[in-house]
Design a protein around this ligand. Structure first.
Ligand code: SAH
Length: 222
């Protein structure tokens, strides 16, 4: 194991175990999701000045006026994706890389798109330092998806948009699931959409939430 990775795993191990227990008490039932939260060192994906805050259940600033969601929100979205292992997942909004690192333990391959170059570069180097090898970070407007590698078994949108971008639905495999926040700029519904056939989709609302803006062609104007 790389020395930096070994150090990251040792740091805050107790706080991580408690976080995973709290998520369980708060209703996260998927044991694989809880295990991922126990293992991914969230502190290594936020600025060092915030390391001591990293295992509280709060959003944290990651620069460029963006935030990493609270662990309970990341956990609820991850559980809603119903991953069994081996899936190909498209994530919109790499941000810190934390959600991608969680997904990397639960699925086969993650394509993650970020529109802000500095965040994409920082997330990439943080993921490399943690030895995460099955996440590809691309720079671009994620509302257009990433057609080159479609279809995806799962799509997770981690910024809030007015509606589910049509490109993302079209890149979802039949039987696939998309989870993300859609609605008003100030507050959104956490939506789960399922592609039941070439042309058929179902949708359910899982709760209310507040995310930073999804900006781009299929989102809000910058
Ligand atoms: N999943 C991230 C959450 C980051 S916040 C994490 O675990 O840290 C949402 C991110 O979405 C921000 O970094 C923002 O820059 C990015 N974003 C917003 N609109 C986007 C778009 N159209 N394409 C790609 N990324 C976008």
């Amino acid at each position: 194991m790389q020395p930096e990775l070994a150090a990251a795993r040792g740091e805050y191990a107790h706080a991580r175990r408690r976080l995973s227990q709290r998520l369980s008490e708060a209703g996260i039932r998927d044991g694989r999701v809880l295990e991922a939260f126990e293992h991914v060192p969230r502190h290594r994906l936020v600025p060092e000045a915030l390391w001591a805050q990293a295992y509280k259940d709060t959003p944290l600033p990651i620069g460029e006026r963006q935030t990493i969601s609270a662990p309970s929100v990341v956990a609820a979205m991850t559980q809603a994706l119903q991953l069994r292992g081996g899936e190909s997942v498209l994530e919109i909004g790499t941000g810190s890389g934390y959600q991608a690192a969680i997904l990397s333990r639960l699925a086969g391959r993650i394509i993650s798109i970020e529109r802000i170059p500095r965040l994409a570069a920082r997330a990439r180097s943080a993921l490399d330092a943690l030895g995460v090898a099955n996440v590809i970070v691309y720079l671009g407007d994620g509302t257009q998806g990433w057609p080159q590698q479609a279809p995806y078994d799962r799509v997770v949108v981690t910024a809030g948009g007015p509606e589910i971008p049509a490109s993302l639905l079209s890149q979802l495999a039949v039987g696939g699931v998309l989870v993300g926040p859609f609605g008003q700029r100030e507050e959104q519904s956490l939506v789960r959409a399922r592609r039941t056939s070439e042309t058929g989709f179902t949708r359910e609302v899982l709760g209310r939430c507040q995310f930073v803006d999804l900006i781009g062609e299929g989102g809000w104007a910058a």
